[in-house]
Design a protein around this ligand. Structure first.
Ligand code: MRU
Length: 328
């Protein structure tokens, strides 16, 4: 499997990079069954909204190859993680396509559709990179180094390939823009370490910061633009992303730093009117490593649309209030 692609097919199995072992160790896991796929999503061996969607699609194909009933397959996968809407988007798409096809051919149809979902994600994220690059170019004019900031990991590890928020950064670096990325650590799961690992591999200058350092850096004028990913974008543009994103958006508004969200249209939940309806995943207390004290561990927060300068999609950059214009 290519080092820059997170999921691949191999002899009727699905091979993933085990993200729980990164960045210390590069290890691959073979998924053979529906249970393997559900486990991989639940324990975050795969993570990031677009990759969760692609893995769920392959999970459907694996389940059908084991002759499991379609309803069992869909409900098992739907219960793995609540916030990233790409999971439900992929399952709905698989269900629609499968229900239209004859029972005998469903396995082949499922593998084909999962492959298509993965290929489309790769293409969408490459396009996001180019649209984001067009936004970054003018910011870089008459400036030395362009200082960007991101939160969590929305690089190629969070998708099938290229990444969402990091895709414009890769494109900028590849096109000779002098960029540097502030990478927010992202407690408690430290997805920032994954972003730093990716950027180091690609030779993109970057610096890891504690989550709480972001406001100070903005106040000091050391941040020119922030780009984050998304797990679910409501129809009005309110955006759920890794917890801590909202605080960055508030600080960005205070310091007039443009704050962008990058995501494929598969992350837009047109059936969800606003951010108050987005389910927020509450994860286990032990992730905080605090021992025997009461703990709350919401894994996502919601950034209101009015704090977002634009949403970088595969169809171009749209204002949060204009998502209807790119509805599939
Ligand atoms: O809980 P995770 O690691 O699956 O979180 C999802 C994310 O990686 C991010 O919130 C990301 O910025 C959006 S997905 C490209």
């Amino acid at each position: 499997m290519s080092a820059l692609r997170t999921i691949a097919e191999e002899d009727g199995a699905v091979v993933i990079l085990d993200q729980t072992r990164l960045p210390k160790e590069t290890a691959f896991v073979r998924l053979h069954t529906l249970a393997d796929a559900a486990h991989a999503i639940r324990v975050m061996q795969v993570r990031g909204a677009p990759l969760i969607g692609a893995t769920a699609a392959y999970g459907v194909a694996l389940g059908l190859s084991e002759a499991q009933p379609l309803e069992t397959i869909l409900s098992t996968l739907a219960a793995t993680r609540p916030t990233a809407v790409n999971l439900h988007w992929a399952l709905d798409r698989m269900q629609r396509v499968l229900e239209k096809s004859a029972l005998a051919g469903r396995q082949d149809v499922a593998w084909r559709e999962a492959r298509k979902i993965a290929q489309e994600d790769e293409a969408a994220n490459a396009a996001i990179g180019q649209h984001g690059l067009a936004m970054l170019r003018p910011l870089a004019t008459n400036k030395g180094r362009l200082n960007l900031m991101t939160h969590c990991n929305a690089g190629w590890l969070a998708t099938v390939a290229h990444g969402t928020a990091i895709s414009p950064m890769y494109a900028a670096h590849a096109n000779g823009l002098d960029i540097h990325v502030w990478v927010s650590e992202t407690r408690p799961r430290n997805q920032g370490l994954l972003t730093a690992w990716e950027l180091a591999q690609a030779g993109v200058p970057h610096t890891l910061i504690a989550d709480n350092a972001a406001g100070l850096l903005m106040m000091q004028g050391k941040v020119d633009c922030i780009i984050v990913g998304a797990d679910r974008i409501a129809a009005n543009g309110d955006t759920a992303n890794k917890v801590g994103t909202y605080l960055k958006a508030l600080a960005a508004q205070a310091h007039k730093v443009p704050f962008y969200v990058a995501a494929p249209v598969s992350t837009v939940d047109y059936a969800c009117p606003d951010g108050s309806r987005i389910p927020i995943e509450e994860r286990a207390a032990d992730e905080l490593g605090a021992g025997d004290v009461p703990v709350a561990n919401p894994a996502f927060d919601v950034t209101p649309a009015n704090l977002i300068a634009g949403i970088i999609t595969e169809h171009g950059i749209v204002a949060p209030g204009e998502l209807a214009s790119i509805k599939p």
